[in-house]
Design a protein around this ligand. Structure first.
Ligand code: ZN
Length: 154
């Protein structure tokens, strides 16, 4: 099996069996993101305790890349410190947008999305969840720890 095939399988596995899919009644961060070019939507719920994301859920619909990427992201960030999560987002955006070397220690299954770069119109699908998360964390930091609701558009 080639690496491309393996990565495709990882992405399809997250699409068919999404991790941390669902909603939360109450959360410290509720942030929704849309990618109108493709019709993708992702909403994230996060609980943050002592600077650690202790719970994360996502819901949404759209293409397999957008939904698989959100699932992969939730797995990569759960139980991590916000500062670490910022590094993870930077590593993912760097891989997708700037061609930096994928860092599997930070990205986990996220490295499987690198191939999406070959299809520039789909890059927005892959980064949607990550940019949505980035906005939510930024607004939460600015709120001084009070619950926030935000929305992001690619
Ligand atoms: Zn899409």
């Amino acid at each position: 099996m080639s690496l491309d095939d393996l990565y495709r399988e990882v992405v399809m596995d997250h699409y068919k069996q999404p991790r941390n899919r669902g909603t939360m009644k109450q959360a410290d961060v509720v942030v929704e993101g849309t990618n109108p070019m493709c019709g993708d939507e992702v909403t994230l719920w996060l609980d943050v305790e002592d600077g650690i994301v202790t719970e994360v859920r996502f819901a949404g619909h759209g293409c397999s890349i957008s939904q698989a990427s959100a699932s992969i992201m939730t797995e990569a960030i759960k139980d991590r410190r916000v500062e670490e999560i910022e590094d993870i987002i930077t590593a993912f955006r760097g891989m997708m947008l700037e061609g930096t070397e994928p860092d599997e220690a930070l990205l986990g299954d996220g490295v499987a999305l690198e191939g999406v770069k070959q299809f520039p119109v789909r890059i927005k699908c892959a980064v949607l969840g990550w940019n949505t998360l980035l906005l939510g964390l930024k607004q939460f930091a600015e709120s001084g720890g009070k619950p926030v609701e935000a929305s992001h558009r690619e």
